[in-house]
Design a protein around this ligand. Structure first.
Ligand code: NAI
Ligand code: OAA
Length: 318
């Protein structure tokens, strides 16, 4: 039995993500949770002839049912950006949402792999970790920030420039998931780029999210490409943990000591039966990439501290 719970399943990401997960034949139960509209999404997806039994859960009182027995919990719940906003501007609303959902997960499925999509990821991952610590069920190997969309974008943009197959282009993107904290390691692709190409690609990968926010013009941020990226990440987790495939890797934002002074960082991570199996070090960086890393550190550090403090302050008020 393999149960995946999607929290925020009726949203812009939640619906297409749930559709893609319904197509994964390893999953036997897909639990869809949201504060509204889950019944319709669940009924709709339940007619697809793949093994996963689809169930809908709505509102706080049904959260336990969605989470009980879950092997993987994916969280795309929360508000998206509008033009002019940073991901950090979402903290005010999303921090509380993620904290409450993590609290329920710590109680009802403490061993589940937690895949966090809700922004700002740089802060929401530490929030989930602190909640699990407060409940005495913390396992750093099981909590992931989903940064896969940065890799998906980087692969697309590089393959367009270099005329390579998009699926076999593989650009490591390390660091965090917002603006300057997103560090594409173009030097690791085996391609050569002019300085101007590096500049343009880096800017586009770091601000790919803004490109979509602008194009959607007030109607939200990336949903379809994020659903694709989220499904890719969950599929990799299940391949490594359930199907016991070896050598499955993804860049993901986890508790890590690869970057001095930072508690969380994304590099290539090998996935295994217990979640994180091996964290690869920061790949060798050229001078330009070292500068990107230097620029990322202070922002990432502040984002992480903000998440940690949010839970600590909330706990002390209890
Ligand atoms: N990690 C990444 O690369 C990306 C992250 N995101 C983030 O994902 C989040 C969701 O984005 P969208 O799906 O576009 O937003 P959306 O507004 O379309 O959907 C969010 C869903 O969350 C639900 N929700 C709100 N509070 C909830 C709660 N307490 N429990 C359960 N569900 C709740 C809403 O009812 C809604 O259905 C945003 O924070 C966005 O910034 C978006 C794209 C990429
Ligand atoms: O830009 C946003 O707000 C959503 C996001 O994280 C992305 O598309 O990478």
């Amino acid at each position: 039995m393999v149960k995946v719970a999607v929290l925020g399943a009726a949203g812009g990401i939640g619906q297409p993500l749930s559709l893609l997960l319904k197509a994964n034949t390893t999953i036997t139960e897909l639990a869809l949770f949201d504060i509204a509209n889950t019944a319709g999404v669940a009924a709709d997806l339940s007619h697809i002839n793949t093994p996963a039994k689809v169930t809908g859960y709505k509102g706080d009182e049904q959260l336990e049912g969605a989470l009980k027995g879950a092997d993987v919990v994916v969280i795309p719940a929360g508000v998206p950006r509008k033009p002019g906003m940073t991901r950090d501007d979402l903290f005010k609303i999303n921090a509380g949402i993620v904290k409450n959902l993590a609290t329920a997960a710590a109680k009802h499925c403490p061993k589940a792999f937690m895949a966090i999509i809700s922004n700002p990821v740089n802060s929401t991952v530490p929030i989930v970790a602190e909640v699990f610590k407060a409940h005495g069920v913390y396992d750093a190997k099981r909590i992931f920030g989903v940064t896969t969309l940065d890799i998906v974008r980087a692969n697309t943009f590089v393959s367009e420039l270099k005329n390579t197959e998009p699926q076999s282009t593989n650009v490591p993107v390390i660091g965090g998931h917002s603006g300057v904290t997103i560090i594409p390691v173009l030097s690791a692709t085996g391609h050569s780029f002019t300085d101007e190409q590096v500049e343009r690609l880096t800017q586009r990968i770091q601000y790919g999210g803004d490109e979509v926010v602008k194009a959607k013009d007030g109607a939200g941020s990336a949903t379809l490409s994020m659903a694709y990226a989220g499904a890719r990440f969950v599929n990799s987790l299940l391949e490594a943990s359930v199907l016991k495939k070896t050598g499955v890797t993804e860049c993901t934002y986890v508790k890590s000591d690869v970057a001095e002074g930072l508690e969380y960082f994304s590099t290539v991570v090998e996935l295994g039966p217990e979640g994180v199996s091996k964290i690869h070090p920061i790949p060798s960086l050229n001078a330009h990439e070292k500068k990107l890393l230097d620029a990322a550190v202070p922002e990432l550090k502040a984002n992480i501290q903000k998440g940690v403090d949010f839970v600590k302050n909330a706990t002390s008020r209890l």
